[in-house]
Structures are given as structure tokens and as C-alpha cells.
Design a protein around this ligand. Structure first.
Ligand SMILES: [Fe+2]
Ligand SMILES: [Fe+2]
Length: 267
């Protein structure tokens, strides 16, 4: 079993496709993950299942990869005080989670923003350029920079889960470039496609951060690191204060414009 615990998950799923379905039963989405080089051992560790679920999951995995062998479940001694399924974030993580909410409010508006888009008019193009400005300035320069420069820097950048998060950020940036390229070609379909893909990437990325990465990081950061991160995030917020208010106003005005579409998403 030990050799399987040390194997990259995508490789294991390639050899034993049933594993993908088993992991999905525990809301572990390794199959759609863009990187998938996390080791099976890491996956068990970072998802913080209840002891019973973890034992059951390992038993089911073992039955597929090593039938008849004894199962050795790695014990991390991690803090399960919050209990599985209940996430209690530290103050700096809470700040990032709140930023996610604003980004997701914007993502919910993408279909309405691109419906019937007129790229021939300056007004239509301006609407998309404003959206790109929100993504590049708020979601990327402000939020992703906090993650990449401050939070991720507390951990070994070689960790597979961090590589996966960086890759999601990179794919998001590529979509934004795709939006601008399509806009320059006056290609409304290309703008809509790239923005929709951006929305899909960010929605899944934020889910992974909120549900898996941040809780795992919280369990592994020292109290001192949590305090330092909070202070550094506050510094970034201070320098971004005016822009932060402007982007909140931007999302709110879009919500006002596309109220029906927002209600539809909320249903
Ligand atoms: Fe991120
Ligand atoms: Fe994030």
C-alpha cells in the first residue's frame, strides 16, 4: 500500500480508473484537476475527512489497487477540532474568502455581460474592457498577488497543490489575454468563450481554495505566521483601499444592471 500512497494521483487514476469515482464519493475532485500530480498520501492529508470516512476511503482504494493487502492509513495528527465539513478560517484566510465572494459575484454576471454583446460599438467594447480591468486589477493584481507573494510563500513552492493553484492563476490570465485578442478582432463569440472559460476556471479554483487549500494551510501555519499574514494583508488592503471601494461599486452597478440574471444564478 505504501508505494501507492507515494504515487501521483493522476497516474493511479490512469491505472485504476475506479479510483476517480471513489474519490468523487468523498467530494475529492482529482479527475478534473488540471495538474493531478499530488501524491495519494497528500490527498488523504489535505482533505481532512473524518477518521471514519478516511478509513473507509482508504479501504475502498486498497481494495482496488492492492486487493487482499492490509491498509496502513497515514495519521497526520492534524487538528480536527473544527470537524469535517465545518470550516473555521483564521482572520487572514477569512479576508481572502471574502474577496472570493466578490469575484464570484462578478463571475455570476459573465453570461449576462456577454449576451448579445456588440463588439462593433465603443460602448460594447468598453463594457468588456471594464470587466477585464476588474479581473486584472482586483482578482489578479490584488487577490492573486496576496496569495502568490504572501500566503503561498509561507509554504514550499514545490508542493504539488501550490503548483496546481499557480497553474489555475496562469490559465485565468491566458483567458483574459484571449478576451483582449478576440476583442481586437471584433470577435464577440471569442470574447464570450474566453470569459466563460475564465468563470469556470475561477469557480472551481475558488472552491478548491475555500474547501481544501485554505483549511489545510490554516492547520499548518504557526500562530505567528497567521498574525504576520494578517498584518501584511492589512497593509495591502490599505494601499488598495480606494480601488477596493471602486471595484465593489463596479460589481454592485453590474448587479443593478443585470438584476434578473443574478436572481437566476441565485435560484
Ligand atoms: Fe488562487
Ligand atoms: Fe483565491
Amino acid at each position: 500500500m505504501e508505494q501507492f500512497l507515494q504515487s501521483p494521483i493522476k497516474e493511479l487514476i490512469g491505472r485504476f480508473p475506479a479510483l476517480g469515482t471513489i474519490l468523487e464519493d468523498y467530494a475529492i475532485g482529482c479527475v478534473p484537476c488540471s495538474v493531478g500530480t499530488c501524491l495519494l498520501r497528500d490527498i488523504v492529508e489535505i482533505h481532512n475527512l473524518s477518521p471514519g470516512d478516511e478509513e473507509e476511503l482508504m479501504g475502498r482504494i486498497a481494495a482496488v489497487v492492492a486487493p487482499g493487502q492490509a491498509v496502513a492509513v497515514p495519521r497526520s495528527g492534524r487538528d480536527r477540532a473544527a470537524g469535517p465539513g465545518k470550516v473555521s478560517y483564521s482572520p487572514p484566510m477569512k479576508m481572502l474568502v471574502e474577496e472570493h465572494r466578490r469575484i464570484l459575484r462578478f463571475v455570476a454576471l459573465i453570461p449576462a455581460l456577454t449576451a448579445g454583446l456588440d463588439v462593433e460599438s465603443a460602448e460594447g467594447r468598453g463594457r468588456i474592457l471594464d470587466a477585464v480591468d476588474f479581473i486584472r486589477s482586483y482578482a489578479d493584481r490584488f487577490h492573486h498577488a496576496k496569495e502568490e507573494d504572501l500566503l503561498f510563500a509561507c509554504f514550499d513552492e514545490g508542493l504539488e497543490i501550490l503548483k496546481a493553484m499557480h497553474e489555475d492563476h496562469r490559465r485565468g490570465r491566458a483567458c483574459v489575454q484571449g478576451v483582449l485578442d478576440a476583442l481586437a478582432r471584433r470577435d464577440a463569440g471569442g470574447v464570450a468563450r474566453n470569459l466563460a472559460e475564465y468563470g469556470e476556471i475561477l469557480t472551481e479554483h475558488i472552491r478548491k481554495e475555500d474547501e481544501i487549500l485554505y483549511p489545510w494551510m490554516d492547520r499548518n501555519l504557526t500562530t505567528r505566521q497567521v498574525g504576520e499574514l494578517y498584518a501584511r494583508f492589512r497593509e495591502v488592503d490599505e494601499t488598495f483601499l480606494e480601488a477596493g471601494e471602486r471595484y465593489e461599486a463596479f460589481v454592485r452597478s453590474l448587479e443593478g444592471q443585470y438584476l434578473d440574471a443574478v436572481a437566476e444564478v441565485g435560484r
